[in-house]
Write a new protein. Sequence first.
Length: 229
Amino acid sequence: MDRYSIIENKNHREIVLLKGFPCVWGKCSFCDYILDNSTNEEEINEINFNVLSNITGKYKVLEVINSGSCFEIPRKTLEKIKEIIDEKGIEKLFLESHWCYRNRLNEMREFFNIPIIFKIGVETFDYDFRNDFLNKNAKFKAPEELKEYFDSPCIMVGIKGQSKESIDKDMEIIQNIFTHSTVNIFTPNTSKLERDGELIKWFIDKYSFLDKNPNIEILYNNTDFGVGD
């Protein structure tokens, strides 16, 4: 498992994949990332401290992800991150959170005391597909509602059952409403969901121009940021 990397193509930053406690929701139909979670706090902190020791502050920007939300990272690890931010002169932080923590985001902003870009895995702005098919439990109605809390939606493309019309709408939203977003091409995993190769080919043919958009990062493979397995 690679847990540290440097992103050099867009939004230059260091990124770490940490371990955390079990995801507060943990019921998304496509997700097996939560298998990386643990209830052994001592083990979690030991692994995380080792990963965090790689941070150099090269770009003064750090992204911290885990298989869940930043609120599930143990307190000792959070304190270590803050210590490194101060030592290395980190000026901006990327964190990720589930919709259910939307009213607690300022806790992290106050704790780290630097600008934070909050990412959220919404997968799609199609309400029914997001909540009924993907079981995200992110029950906002409009992108403007999401934007009141989060800065950067993560969209998923290429699941059987997903429509071109839905993807077109998602791409319109992330280009015109948000200042940063990530598009994840679905990678088959241990879940029951299937990859739609034809839909992915259509997406790449139509939206490859987004590779040149500095504010949209497309992950053609789930390890394109250099972390994961």
